[in-house]
Write a protein that binds this ligand. Structure first.
Ligand SMILES: [Zn+2]
Length: 417
């Protein structure tokens, strides 16, 4: 083994000496050291100057992924969908080879039969298909119009998943129109755009080797329906800008109304503590109708939903939000029932009961016989940007950078592209 290494080194050094002899000392040093050094340094310094001049956000390009596409899971385990393309299109196989094309695809059904993907009366013996619209008219999936490519991926039992692959800026433009009212202040919308882009980028990074980066249900997204001329402008104003902490992109959560103080990500999602997501006093969202709320929820409805995760709970006596964080959102919920007490993650409980029924985990609850009455503050998980707070800050004259600094303290803006 040792002999092999020596031989290898001998050959290597022999080649270098040979090159040195035939090229001459000066030429050898220029080719081997000076040229590679110049080629490395010049492009880096140019990029950094350009981004600094534009708006002060620092360059993130060296850490970013090379492509700027995001993959969104629209439907999982579908048996049938409808598909239409109002314009020229191509159908590509998994190796990106064009296997079909047309000038228009009228509304048709997609399904799997005998291992083949059927699009209407045409079928393709492929595990995956990509439908590409060659115009800017979008592709309709179950009546919703999407701007990106639509991928159909076969799963087992004649099921398939539907994934949209689109430019991140297109996706952010679609999400912002659904996450925040279009009529809101532009500075609030810009802060929201940067938060969405940062959240999406953190997902792209975390799931770069998976078939999709995000599930459609994680963010309000209705394809091109959310895009407006205003949302397009807002996106352009902040294009490529994300927030980082210690040079790393983080999950920039956001929610509707915090109820006075945002919450610590560690207590809500069990994620590592992070200064930008530790929770801050908001003080700007008391005009939200969800700042204070009261709801009455039938015990039977709660038990029915809890059965999905915990079949032991019955005969609810009390529900308590416990171990609150700085924003007073409970991190756990304790449910006392006929069979004793059970604890579960508070945000998980909220989502299970229904985020449109139980608005937040900052609540106190009272037994009302057949129902539990909840009194609480805020709407959403409470972590990161408070949307109603951002709107009030914008109305008071704060710009989008100041809004982000307030809700994500110690974060730094960087430009990815
Ligand atoms: Zn707030």
């Amino acid at each position: 083994m040792r002999k092999c290494i020596c031989l290898y080194k001998g050959v290597r050094y022999g080649k270098i000496y040979f090159l040195y002899k035939i090229m001459g000392k000066t030429l050898y040093i220029t080719v081997m050291f000076v040229v590679p050094f110049i080629m490395t340094v010049i492009p880096l310094s140019c990029k950094r100057d350009v981004t600094k001049i534009r708006d002060g956000a620092r360059d993130y390009i060296s850490r970013a992924d090379t492509t700027s596409n995001v993959r969104i899971l629209l439907i999982d385990r579908a048996a049938k969908i409808t598909l239409a393309v109002n314009g020229r299109y191509q159908i590509l196989g998994s190796l990106s080879n064009i296997i079909d094309q047309g000038i228009k695809l009228d509304k048709t059904t997609v399904y799997i039969e005998n291992g083949r993907i059927y699009i209407g009366d045409r079928s393709y013996y492929n595990s995956e298909l990509r439908i590409k619209n060659l115009e800017d008219s979008g592709i309709e999936v179950n009546t919703v119009l999407y701007r990106g490519d639509i991928r159909i991926l076969q799963q087992i039992d004649k099921k398939f998943s539907v994934i949209e692959e689109t430019e991140i800026e297109n996706f952010v433009a679609g999400v912002i129109g659904c996450e925040m009212p279009n009529a809101w202040e532009e500075e609030a919308l810009r802060s929201q755009a940067v938060a969405i882009r940062t959240y999406v980028e953190s997902k792209r990074k975390a799931k770069k080797n998976e078939s999709y980066h995000l599930d459609k249900s994680e963010l309000a997204y209705k394809g091109m329906l959310g895009e407006t001329a205003k949302s397009r402008k807002i996106i352009q104003d902040t294009a490529g800008i994300v927030m980082t902490y210690n040079g790393e992109i983080f999950s920039a959560y956001f929610h509707s109304t915090c109820g006075g103080h945002t919450e610590d990500v560690n207590l809500v999602f069990g994620k590592e503590k992070l200064p930008p997501l530790a929770g801050v006093k908001c003080g700007y969202c008391n005009n939200s109708k969800y700042y204070n709320w009261k709801v009455n929820i039938e015990k039977s409805a709660i038990v029915h939903k809890l059965k999905k995760v915990n079949g032991r709970i019955s005969g609810i006596i009390s529900v308590k939000a416990i171990n609150p964080g700085p924003g007073n959102h409970g991190s756990e919920v304790e449910i006392a029932g006929a069979n004793g007490k059970e604890r579960m993650n508070a945000n998980g409980f909220r989502l299970l009961v229904g985020p449109n029924n139980l608005y937040s985990t900052a609540f106190t609850a009272k037994n009302n016989g057949n129902s539990i009455s909840f009194s609480g503050k805020g709407w959403g998980h409470g972590v990161g940007l408070c949307q109603y707070g951002a709107q009030t800050m914008a109305k008071k004259g704060f710009n989008w950078r100041e809004i982000l600094e307030h809700y994500y303290p110690k974060s730094e803006l960087m430009r990815m592209y």
